[in-house]
Write a protein that binds this ligand. Structure first.
Ligand SMILES: [Zn+2]
Length: 214
């Protein structure tokens, strides 16, 4: 039974509190984003599926995973996707430990710069938790905070839940969040295919990161 209180989009009052954050696309297209990689169990199958569907996405990478699987981060870029900052250790940046938050954001940006020769331009806070200090720190590090407008709950590893979210809530300007992690391994390929088919069926368009997030 699906939880009626499940949240598929951030509440509008939060969006208003952080107007400098990106919550949606600006061009009526739909953007796919993948959090928490790279991961040898999921990144290759995600990259293959996206290539088959000709989708370009943003991957919000965890610094520790970049250290472990640098070649996967490189492959993500060479496939034409954009990689972005999701902290060094998937740290919850909501709270008062400012020194640690600085470290988490800076270190991840450094690792991305080592991989692609330039720093990332986007940051997504883990666990969808952030505060004014998060906003200030990302701004200081030249990072645009990109949240999302459609959470599919793919990490519950149940394709029916993703279908429910996709059928009911996908819309023009959606920034869809999916996970490049072991949690959604069994359903991620079907989830991408299902969402892409839904988008096509409803005559929406999938956009590239460069055009959706200007
Ligand atoms: Zn995450």
């Amino acid at each position: 039974m699906l939880d009626r209180l499940r949240v598929y989009s951030p509440p509008s009052f939060v969006m208003k509190l952080f107007p400098e954050f990106v919550w949606e696309c600006s061009n009526e297209k739909i953007l796919f984003t993948f959090d928490d990689g790279p991961n040898p169990e999921t990144t290759p199958i995600i990259l293959k599926t996206l290539a088959d569907k000709r989708i370009k996405a943003v991957f919000f990478l965890v610094g520790q995973n970049i250290e472990r699987y640098k070649s996967l981060a490189s492959e993500t870029i060479s496939e034409g996707h954009e990689i972005a900052n999701h902290t060094y250790s998937h740290y919850d940046v909501w709270g008062l430990n400012r020194k640690k938050i600085n470290f988490e954001i800076k270190k991840c940006s450094q690792l991305i710069e080592e991989v692609q020769g330039k720093p990332p331009r986007m940051f997504r806070p883990p666990h969808n938790r952030f505060d004014l200090w998060t906003a200030a720190t990302s701004h200081k590090n030249n990072l645009k905070c990109v949240i999302w407008s459609l959470l599919t709950y793919d990490y519950k590893n149940d394709l029916n839940i993703v279908k429910f979210a996709g059928e009911r809530y996908i819309a023009k300007n959606s920034v869809v969040v999916l996970h490049d992690s072991i949690k959604s391994k069994d359903i991620i390929v079907d989830s991408i295919n299902f969402l892409a088919d839904q988008i096509e069926h409803r005559e929406f368009q999938i956009g590239k990161p460069s055009e959706c997030l200007n």
